[in-house]
Design a protein around this ligand. Sequence first.
Ligand SMILES: NC(=O)c1ccc[n+]([C@@H]2O[C@H](COP(=O)([O-])OP(=O)(O)OC[C@H]3O[C@@H](n4cnc5c(N)ncnc54)[C@H](O)[C@@H]3O)[C@@H](O)[C@H]2O)c1
Length: 258
Amino acid sequence: MSKPRLAGKVCLITGAGSGIGQATARLFASEGANVIVADVDDRGARSTVASIRKKDGDAVAEHVDVTDEQETVALANKIAKRFKRIDVLFNNAGISGVGDVLETEPDLFDRVMRVNVRGVYLMSRAVVPHMIKQRSGSIINMSSCIADIGLARRVSYAASKGAVLSMTKSMQVDVAHHGIRVNALLPGTILTPFVERYLKESYKDPEEGFASIRKRQLTRELGRPEDVASAALYLASDESRFVMASGLVVDGGVTGAK
Ligand SMILES: NC(=O)c1ccc[n+]([C@@H]2O[C@H](COP(=O)([O-])OP(=O)(O)OC[C@H]3O[C@@H](n4cnc5c(N)ncnc54)[C@H](O)[C@@H]3O)[C@@H](O)[C@H]2O)c1
């Protein structure tokens, strides 16, 4: 039997109580990682951990609000104390924001930027010192294919995911000489509670919304959380050792087919 792809690696995943983060936590654990399932939603985090332990995987649930500096620092220090290292940080936690420039209230704009951008910055700032000490690490930042394409009524969300992609490239330049890699994931539409909520909020008839999103994909199907988890696994593992500052698109052809 081949060696698990993340054998012995300590992997912190934010927003791992639901959707893509949850699928990634399960996949990483099945590949031998020690997974820290961090979320502001404690119930979600505990349920992810329970499903991993059922399959004899290693995972612990931790509370974090990624917008809170003290919480991010406390979490990083706690993990480093317990596991002596942090090999992978997957900055996955994020929220959506629907609206064009006129519909988007300043409060919503600020909230989306706070979670999606400040959250990535703060969690990275808390973890990087530990990665510098061990002279290795892989940071994966959750962007979106919307960073590359225009999509209607997504002013706040698009701004946040574009910022994450730019921050990824800049961070990579700064930390490369410490043996740390920083890459971004750019998923298309993935069927998670996030998208189910969006369909309900944005369309009078969610079925009609679902059909129009399916039409955008070359696959004619939405992606699954596991499709993104597999890409995250590659970026987390040493197989991607030569991959730096990249934006890996996982979108059923939406971007490339334009
Ligand atoms: N689903 C998609 O189509 C899609 C496409 C591209 C990118 N993304 C991105 O992928 C990521 C995960 O999305 P998902 O679809 O799995 O969503 P989801 O809503 O199912 O999961 C997001 C998780 O993040 C957590 N979270 C939210 N705010 C937080 C905070 N301040 N601190 C800690 N945790 C917090 C939530 O509690 C939730 O468990 C997000 O960054 C999202 O923008 C999703």
